[in-house]
Write a protein that binds this ligand. Sequence first.
Ligand SMILES: [Zn+2]
Length: 84
Amino acid sequence: MICNKKHRYLKEYDKLPDAQDNQYGDRHICAGCAYEEGLRDGLAGNTPQRDLSHLPFSQAGTVRHKDAKAAYDAGYAEGRKRSS
Ligand SMILES: [Zn+2]
């Protein structure tokens, strides 16, 4: 699955670290989708996810080669902030 969304409207992505291989193997996962997933979980008060492998791969754009886990965590933190 390849992400076809445009996530470029989110400036937060520019601040995210670049992707590196890690134990979750999520290097190619779309950081934009990861951010949105984290935001959703944060708003809903869900337990943060560790496994992001169900998310689509990134194709291009600002979020390319960004760390999906860092993106998820950033989205999650934002979600918690908004819901409090
Ligand atoms: Zn995406």
